[in-house]
Write a protein that binds this ligand. Structure first.
Ligand code: C2E
Ligand code: CA
Ligand code: CA
Ligand code: CA
Length: 274
């Protein structure tokens, strides 16, 4: 038994060590990632669930360093903790606006591109000014940019609503992301001005066998759909699409398309029409 405990302990320290080492490595590499052009944006279509028409696109970060692909779920939290997210977020904003410019020019797209903004970035006192600057610099119509924020960003609702108001008055769209997973979400949609509500995947997983989820979903849609865009995230099956066709909502998920590199997205858009 003593031998076993010793083994467990060694196993534990080994795992802990590996975690710490990986974290340090990611942090170090992340600092160089922008300069070395290892970051990319992929684009996932958002479509009218009834007609399949393209209504929006979400830009998602991809990082593929020489030592192998790292998921944003792993590196975004590290970027947050180290503050690197401010720099990375600015790169995302610039890159997305360059694409908007390009697509606008070629009349390829006439839908908003949304980018994810995290807490630390949004709370940076220069954030709103920077977004406006980039838009003015690229001379794009602000209605083609949407900012996705989660309720974590808005723990100070008063402060956040100022920024949100400012962005929306400038013409930028604002989406509430991951709706349905947190605590204060209902409070937020009752008190904030926004354009788009993104309903989290967890609320539609198993939707077909879960009457309660169905009831909650239709209540949310009923309460907001007249004046807001609603996007249902993480749609994977034909069955889900069939049920959701009862509502006039926007769908996003692997069923329609995985996130794609810009070039492939352009081809996809030509296929699905607009
Ligand atoms: P999110 O904003 O909720 O983005 C949706 C995630 O769901 C994406 O994961 C997307 O690839 C994935 N997804 C889309 N359709 C489906 C589906 O049908 N099934 C399943 N299982 N997943 C689907 P991804 O790209 O790995 O990003 C994970 C998270 O990382 C994002 O969640 C977002 O919170 C964060 N993130 C990604 N890009 C950025 C960025 O540029 N800035 C910031 N701050 N965060 C980002
Ligand atoms: Ca998002
Ligand atoms: Ca989401
Ligand atoms: Ca999420």
């Amino acid at each position: 038994a003593k031998e076993q405990r010793k083994n467990n302990y060694q196993l534990f320290t080994k795992e802990l060590n590996e975690k710490v080492t990986r974290r340090l490595k990611l942090e170090r590499s992340l600092r160089k990632a922008i300069k070395q052009k290892e970051l990319k944006l992929y684009y996932q279509p958002q479509v009218d669930i009834q007609t399949g028409k393209l209504l929006g696109i979400e830009a998602l970060l991809r990082w593929n360093p020489s030592f192998g692909f790292v998921s944003p779920n792993e590196f975004i939290p590290i970027a947050e903790e180290t503050g690197l997210i401010v720099q990375i977020g600015e790169w995302v904003m610039n890159e997305a606006c360059r694409k908007i410019k390009q697509w606008e020019k070629h009349e390829l797209l006439n839908v908003p591109i949304s980018i994810n903004v995290s807490v630390r970035q949004f709370r940076d006192s220069n954030f709103v000014r920077k977004v406006k600057e980039i838009i003015s610099k690229e001379k794009i119509n602000p209605k083609f940019l949407e900012i996705e924020i989660t309720e974590r960003v808005m723990f100070n609702v008063e402060e956040s609503s100022e920024s949100i108001k400012d962005l929306r008055e400038f013409g930028i769209m604002v989406a509430i992301d991951d709706f349905g997973v947190g605590y204060s979400s209902l409070y937020l949609i009752a008190n904030l001005d926004y354009d788009t509500l993104k309903i989290d995947k967890s609320l539609i997983d198993d939707l077909l066998n879960n009457e309660r989820k169905m009831a909650i979903l239709s209540a949310i849609i009923d309460a907001t759909n007249n004046h807001k865009r609603i996007i249902i995230e993480g749609i994977e099956t034909k069955e889900q699409v069939e049920v959701l066709k009862n509502f006039s909502v926007i769908g996003q998920g692997y069923f329609f398309s995985h996130p794609l590199p810009a070039k492939e997205l352009e081809l996809k858009v030509k296929q699905i029409g607009r």
